[in-house]
Design a protein around this ligand. Structure first.
Ligand SMILES: [Ca+2]
Ligand SMILES: [Ca+2]
Ligand SMILES: [Ca+2]
Length: 381
């Protein structure tokens, strides 16, 4: 208890001393060491890295420098240096009673492709007894200088084209990431994909292809030459191999990951088959039957269809007047298989089933294949 009383007395004395001190400070001028010193600072951007990004062809970059203090009735001169990719020293003047000025740093456009370059602006001093930054804030800023590169690429990776008698042209779009400031020559190759034999293409557009200043897109054009060969799913590739600007402005390149365009060539297949007829066809007495087969599109070459006849006996039940091989002339689409059913086939108990089967196609037009309707049934009753 005695000790507690002592502590209480000591505490009360301390409080009194504190109150006394406060009273004394209130009545005196603000001491020099309590004033917040003014500073000048480069204005910070949001984010953690104080970096400003600028395109080389922007001409210059502007960085505000702020006065962090009560207004000053005199101009404030701020000195700075630029180091790194750019080298400069300079001053900015914050007018009397103003709060900021702008440091403008020219960015030379070197018209050449560079890796990203960096320059650092550092405040080095200010008059009016102002400090540079507070706790290091706003003292430096990094300028990230980027090329304004125009990149040439294909906008899609490929196309599938079907041969046709009019030899269609496939148009392959070449695009520019930005509008071209100068003409550029785009060189390319057109070659079959390894393992493929597609050779029925013909480059129509100039090579190199010249894209004029101001354009955003052009096309490489390749004609698909129709043929009579089976080259289904054959592929060839168009590859951009180089770009050459017409002027010293060389900030043009091509995107190597988007510089290949694959064209898949499909055949314009024609089919040959029986014309749809009721099947089986019922034959009740000796007679001759013409069975029509038809080509879906005419060919420029004769097309021959081989067939077999099953059921019955040749020479006894029927005579195959076409001989197992029917040729449709060039330019025509229709032919007939002529079968003569004989009297002998209609005896006491016929019930014979004779089938005509289309089995193969021959001739110079290898794009002709059998259609699905390739069996004809005759029921002899
Ligand atoms: Ca450059
Ligand atoms: Ca063809
Ligand atoms: Ca073909």
């Amino acid at each position: 208890m005695k000790i507690n009383n002592y502590l209480y007395s000591l505490l009360a004395a301390s409080v009194g001393l504190f109150l006394f001190s406060c009273d004394e400070e209130d009545s005196s001028p603000v001491p020099e060491f309590n004033a917040v010193p003014g500073s000048v600072e480069l204005r910070t951007t949001t984010g953690t890295r104080d970096t400003i990004s600028v395109l080389e062809d922007a001409g210059s970059v502007k960085i505000p420098v702020d006065l962090v203090s009560d207004p000053i009735a005199a101009p404030v001169t701020v000195n700075y240096t630029v180091t790194g990719a750019l080298s400069a020293t300079g001053t900015a003047v914050i007018p009397a009673n103003a709060s900021s000025a702008t440091i403008e740093i020219p960015i030379p456009d070197n018209k050449a492709i560079d890796a990203t370059r960096f320059a650092t602006v550092t405040l080095t001093g200010a008059d009016n007894n102002l400090r540079i930054g507070r706790n290091g804030r706003g003292v430096t800023k990094v300028i990230r200088i980027r090329d304004n590169i125009q990149t040439i690429s294909f906008s899609t990776t490929g196309a599938t084209v079907t041969e046709a008698p009019n030899n269609p042209i496939v148009k392959i779009p070449v695009t520019v990431s930005n509008t071209l400031r100068t003409a550029v020559s785009v060189a390319y190759t057109v070659t079959p994909v390894a393992g493929n034999t597609a050779t029925n293409f013909q480059v129509v557009s100039p090579n190199p292809l010249t894209l004029q200043a101001g354009v955003k897109t052009d096309t490489i054009r390749v004609r698909i030459m129709n043929n009579l060969e089976r080259n289904m799913n054959n592929r060839f590739e168009v590859k951009i191999t180089s770009v050459t600007p017409a002027s010293a402005d060389a900030e043009i390149n091509f995107n190597t990951s988007k510089s290949t365009f694959t064209v898949t060539v499909n055949d314009d297949l024609r089919t040959v088959a029986f014309v749809n007829e009721a099947t089986p066809q019922v034959i009740t007495s000796a007679r001759t039957v013409n069975s029509e087969i038809r080509l879906s599109e005419p060919s420029t070459r004769p097309v021959t269809v081989n067939y077999t006849i099953t059921g019955g006996t040749a020479g006894v039940d029927y005579v195959d007047n076409t001989g197992g091989r029917l040729t449709i002339p060039a330019g025509a689409t229709v032919g007939n298989i002529n079968i003569e059913f004989l009297n002998a086939a209609f005896g006491m108990n016929p019930n014979k089933n004779i089938r005509v089967n289309l089995v193969s196609v021959e001739g110079e037009d290898r794009e002709v294949v059998l259609g699905s309707n390739n069996v004809l049934n005759f029921e002899l009753e």
